[in-house]
Design a protein around this ligand. Sequence first.
Ligand SMILES: *Cc1c(COP(=O)(O)O)cnc(C)c1O
Length: 426
Amino acid sequence: MKGSEQLFKKAQRYIPGGVNSPVRAFRAVGGTPLFIQRAQGARIWDVDDNEYIDYVASWGPMILGHAHPQVVQALQRAVERGTSYGAPTALEVELAALIVEAIPSVESVRMVNSGTEAVMSAIRLARGWTKRDKVIKFEGCYHGHSDGLLVKAGSGATTFGQPDSPGVPADYARNTLLAPFNDLDAVTGLVKDNPGQIACIVVEPVAGNMGVITPQEGFLEGLRKVCDQEGICLIFDEVITGFRVGWSGAQGLYGVTPDLTCLGKIIGGGLPVGAFGGRREIMENLAPAGGVYQAGTLAGNPLAMTAGIETLKLLKEAGVYEHLEEKAAYLCTEAEKVAHSSKTSTYCTRVGSMFCTFFTPGPVVDYDSAKQSDIDAFRRYFWALLKGGIYVAPSQFEAGFLSLAHTDEDIEKTLAALHGAFQAAS
Ligand SMILES: *Cc1c(COP(=O)(O)O)cnc(C)c1O
């Protein structure tokens, strides 16, 4: 830890809180964050040369594992051709075509630089298209840090117990209406109380920023129905779930079709990226085809496009998601057995290769039930795992991610470490 401690001290001198994204600072678990020097496959190494099996996966993007040789090679070739032109390239067209092929509801897609931008822009588009102002979001769902969406936003905000950020004008947040996740009645109530005023409902189809919470039977279908009845734009924020829970994302898995879809994380293969897309009729409202303005100096960046294309090409191969499902099911089933053999109360959730262990008997179905978790138990579990060479997100309210690079041996080593970690938690 010596190297990390020294770097963290220095970082705090030059960077607010010593980090460039809040949850990285380990405040929820205490202690010093690991400073990472390199990663390969399912492993990462900190600056003190400690090796860990990684379940953070850069918060989701690294579904192939780190530094996949095919991605690295393509990037090496791409960087020699220049890193940005600010002009159209064949790469953008190729990635867009791959996304359109994978996700049937997306007929046309605009690239941006982050998930935050993707959701912010999709909401502007939905407002421009419907000529309405109000947005319904769900408590504990995170859609990036744009002003109107930092209201009960889960993730870092949940960890810090500050769902509303200072610096967000009350006027901005006023157009954001909140409902509990999985609560269809609350949504229909809001729609009734604001007739003809709701532009869009934005939802993570599998909530991944308050731990992992699955949509209950009928919830997503119900949202689709309300939107159809009231002319509301349904936006799925699939920044985590896109290409994670299946080749066609959560919408493919649950068979519910949104009007707009937001992507990020995996489609950049570990480089900064985001995208939003949907029906052509809606997307054509975007500048320069239409009047809704949106732009980006580095949007469609050739390096990000290259990493994204190589990642999606590998994910498209036959059997990839079946393989991930099988491995993740084994890991989580066995982990649950380990948890039950200790005295700890836990509630385990999983969709494909994203999962969470809540330190509460559960059931966890929304933000309030997620917050019942025993944070101190999680902290003890986290540090025991880290000492055992297993790196999970330093917060109860984050997802764990399995990659294609995790071997059977990695999983057995993880299960062995979990024995001690659940004992430590209890
Ligand atoms: C990560 C995330 C975002 C924000 O993406 P950034 O690239 O961090 O801006 C938005 N929505 C969801 C569901 C996310 O998980």
